[in-house]
Design a protein around this ligand. Structure first.
Ligand code: HEM
Length: 364
């Protein structure tokens, strides 16, 4: 017998009495209420609610990828959840427009009452960054000490734990490193890719050298460009060169994981690789939308407070602009495009390999 269930009420289920009594503008405590402060509070609260949902999705994706083996179904689920994160992020970028209906002068009616509070101290925002895989050493010094004193001991511990736990970057890297198919008895992906790159560069060199419409100076220029392209390919083809870039902080993804990611991108038309390809692309979407939000927020801050310092003590607009590039997490996945070669230059897969990468259904 099922347990009797009392009727559920809208307001009770959503705890609306509590939710709607959580807006306490400061201006009313010290003088005439500033009309726009309610908007300021509600917009920030709406952000924090969406941050909570993003963390919920990220935690579930992390749990799926922490397993020793990740099956196709899990990739589909992870992809759907990350796609949801990207839709929320688009909303977060757009939501700044609502706040921008407040003018800088209206903001000044209550800004000083907020000191030293700042979005800098948003625990959930930092957790999102850490769970994605932002490394402490990537952060600017002021960011590392960010509102440390303003956070509770519990919040500081949650932050430290999120730095210790494997991030999305780390679990995806491990998953990529386990990718099968890179070396099978009839197919060595890396060796055949290296040969295809050599052949492509030789063709390009020949095309420049034999181009009768180019003068000697132009040829020299174009050949020097081609040398630079060849050098960037060597940096991924050669394990030692890759390791040196990792040591210099210019690459992060391991060599093996880079090979697997490239394999997935190049052969993504093969049915089995399609979902992993979309998953990797969605990771870049998440990273790019976060960078978009950072840039958009920095522009709004410039408009709102000019070049004043922030309430959290940073240089404000200037500091925020710096985080757009510095705080990207999946840079290596963006950079993969450097190493793509056209479908026509791609080594053909042996038939046995094609069969393994396809889906096969028995006939009735
Ligand atoms: C009038 C509107 C706003 C102004 C003038 C403003 C200003 C600033 C400034 C100057 C900073 C740099 C840290 C500091 O020195 O305080 C900052 C950081 C931050 N703000 Fe805002 N902000 C506004 C609205 C928002 C909103 C609506 C959110 C949504 C949650 C938000 C979230 C953040 C976050 C997460 C950071 C830390 C970014 C990082 O360190 O990468 N801000 N804000």
């Amino acid at each position: 017998m099922t347990k009797p269930r009392p009727p559920v009420e809208y307001a009770e289920y959503l705890k609306l009495d509590r939710l709607l009594s959580c807006q306490s503008p400061k201006s009313a405590e010290y003088g005439p209420p500033a009309h726009d402060e309610l908007l300021f509070v509600i917009v920030h609260q709406a952000y924090e609610l969406w941050f909570k949902q993003i963390l919920h999705e990220l935690d579930s994706v992390l749990a799926l990828f922490r397993a020793d083996s990740v099956d196709e179904r899990s990739i589909g689920v992870a992809l759907a959840r990350l796609a949801r994160v990207t839709e929320i992020q688009k909303l977060l970028v757009d939501q700044l427009r609502v706040l921008e209906t407040m003018t800088p002068l209206d903001f000044l009616d209550f800004r000083d009452l907020l000191l030293p509070a700042s979005g800098f101290q948003s625990l959930q925002f930092r957790l999102i960054e850490n769970k994605l895989g932002l490394r402490p050493e990537q952060r600017a010094p002021i960011e590392k000490s960010m509102g440390g004193a303003a956070l509770t001991a519990e919040a500081r511990e949650a932050l430290r734990a999120s730095e210790r736990e494997p991030s999305l970057f780390a679990v995806v890297e491990r998953w990529l490193e386990r990718t099968p198919f890179l070396e099978t008895p009839g197919f060595q992906f890396w060796a055949s890719y290296a040969r295809a790159v050599d052949a492509m560069l030789a063709r390009d060199r020949e095309a420049i050298a034999s181009n009768s419409t180019l003068g000697d100076a132009d040829k020299r220029l174009q050949l020097a460009e081609l040398d630079r392209t060849a050098a960037s390919f060597s940096a991924v083809l050669d394990e030692g060169a890759h390791a040196r870039l990792v040591a210099a902080g210019q690459r992060r993804l391991s060599w093996r994981a880079t090979q697997a990611a490239l394999f997935i991108h190049l052969y993504r038309d093969q049915p089995i690789l399609h979902l992993p390809f979309r998953f990797l692309t969605t990771l870049v979407d998440v990273d790019e939308l976060l960078a978009t939000w950072r840039y958009r927020h920095a522009l709004m801050v410039h408009r709102m407070i000019g070049t004043k310092i922030g309430t959290g003590g940073s240089s404000g607009h200037h500091y925020l602009l710096g985080t757009v590039e510095r705080n990207k997490v999946f840079k290596d996945l963006y950079d993969l495009s450097t190493f793509l070669i056209s479908r026509s230059s791609l080594p053909a897969l042996p038939p046995e390999m094609e069969r393994r990468l396809g889906f096969h259904y028995p006939r009735d």
